[in-house]
Design a protein around this ligand. Structure first.
Ligand SMILES: [Zn+2]
Length: 418
């Protein structure tokens, strides 16, 4: 049987259309409570008959590093995408990590395409599109890769498809809506019907999870919507594997205001104004979600500063879960040292790290802050619509394609005794 090896991992050739879904910000409670309350009837059956597992995501528990880990099968140390945002040491500029030039490893898609597989990738937000589609051949008979956000602009040459809104019968939804993710599933189902690709990757946005707690009406409605589309994919004979890029937790105090440690203020106070530079890798253009407040930060220190001493002082502050010099933190979290500051700082479950109060625009926050980024958002679901044998393995979310292709295919199923 044909196998494809990418980044040192081998994948069996799909025998049925194989769909991996990254549900952005899907803390395990969302699905568990929705299933228990009857909002996800397909999922309830799927978990009974398939695999209901948990996995650890990449820290920083942010969107870009985890999506790239899922599609490369490796941690950021290998693929290089260490945040949504970073300080480029070559230019000294703070930039978004959405440029394929920053990728240090191929995704598994080009190797599959090379071997003859048809590929469909749909992401809610455009910030991920170029990274996910890097190295693919588009045009007639090529791969399909586009975002809901920019679906209207999709062309055959750049995205392998055009006329997406007509195909799906939906207008392009607002970037701040549940419908942006619904669009991903709706188009996924349409393309499963019309193209029946060998591999499909669907990646949603966490707009709903940033606003609505597990079990709330807003969350359950979102998961019920998803359930209907997943049932359709299952019905069409797809192998399904679902995971999340990160979890999500409430990050506010009793009065509903964000519970923030302003790290730049702390370091200015200790080492002098302008001596250090705090970078928040959660930063992205979609600030309405979170005001750039998450549970992970990195800081650049003056050469003369003892990073261990500062880390020790920070560790003593209430609300700091972890602070360490770069080398130790990058070893623990498998991150590229050249894309991290001298210090890595992680806050506790209900706290976030900011720079200075005046640098965070919180005007878009309509509800008490929910966010992610830390170790506290590391546990995510890993679910398949077929049983898989994972005995003795400690699973990561970036094992999703491994499970889907190597463990959940029809022929890898253990036949029950008659
Ligand atoms: Zn995310």
């Amino acid at each position: 049987m044909k196998t494809i090896t990418v980044n040192g991992r081998s994948y069996a050739w799909p025998q049925a259309p194989t769909v991996v879904v990254c549900i952005d910000g899907s803390e395990p409670d969302y699905i568990e409570i929705a299933v228990a309350g009857g909002a996800m009837p397909f999922m309830a059956r799927m978990l009974d008959n398939g695999a209901n597992l948990r996995a650890q995501c990449v820290v920083p528990s942010f969107t870009n590093p985890n999506n790239l880990s899922i599609v490369t099968g490796r941690p950021p140390l290998v693929h290089g995408i260490s945040g949504n945002y970073f300080l480029n040491p070559e230019t000294g500029e703070e930039v978004m990590m959405n440029d394929p030039a920053l990728l240090r490893a191929p995704t598994l898609f080009p190797a599959f395409q090379e071997a003859g597989a048809s590929i469909v990738i749909v992401t809610a937000k455009d910030k991920l599109r170029r990274l996910l589609g890097h190295g693919l051949r588009f045009g007639q008979g090529g791969a399909i890769c586009f975002s809901s956000e920019k679906a209207e602009q999709a062309t055959l040459v750049e995205n392998g498809i055009e006329g997406v809104t007509a195909l799906v019968g939906m207008d392009v939804p607002s970037v701040y809506s549940a419908e942006l993710s619904e669009f991903v599933f709706a188009v996924g189902c349409k393309l499963m019907e019309s193209r029946r690709p060998d591999l499909m990757y669907l990646s949603t946005t966490d707009y709903v999870q940033h606003k609505h707690a597990p079990g709330s009406a807003g969350a359950n409605a979102f998961y019920a919507m998803m359930d209907g589309y997943l049932a359709q994919l299952d019905e069409k004979g797809a192998v399904l594997c679902l995971t999340a890029d990160h979890g999500m937790n409430a990050k506010h105090n009793a009065s509903g205001t964000p519970d923030v440690i302003f790290l730049q203020d702390v370091l200015d106070d200790w080492l002098g104004e302008g001596a250090t530079r705090v970078i928040l890798p959660i930063t992205d253009p979609y600030v309405v979600h979170h005001g750039a407040l998450g549970s992970f930060a990195t800081a650049y220190l003056p050469d003369s500063t003892d990073a261990q001493e500062i880390a020790d002082r920070l560790s003593g502050l209430e609300g700091i879960e972890y602070a360490a010099p770069k080398a130790a933190a990058c070893a623990r979290f498998e991150l590229p040292e050249d894309r991290m500051g001298d210090l890595v700082v992680v806050s506790t479950v209900h706290k976030v790290i900011g720079t200075r109060p005046e640098l965070h625009d919180l005007s878009g926050l309509e509800v008490p802050l929910r966010s992610h980024g830390g170790v506290s958002e590391q546990t995510v679901p890993l679910l398949c619509n077929r049983p898989v044998d994972t005995a003795g393995r400690s699973l990561r979310n970036f094992d999703a394609f491994d499970l889907a292709l190597n463990a959940a295919q029809p022929s890898t199923l253990v036949q029950p005794d008659p």
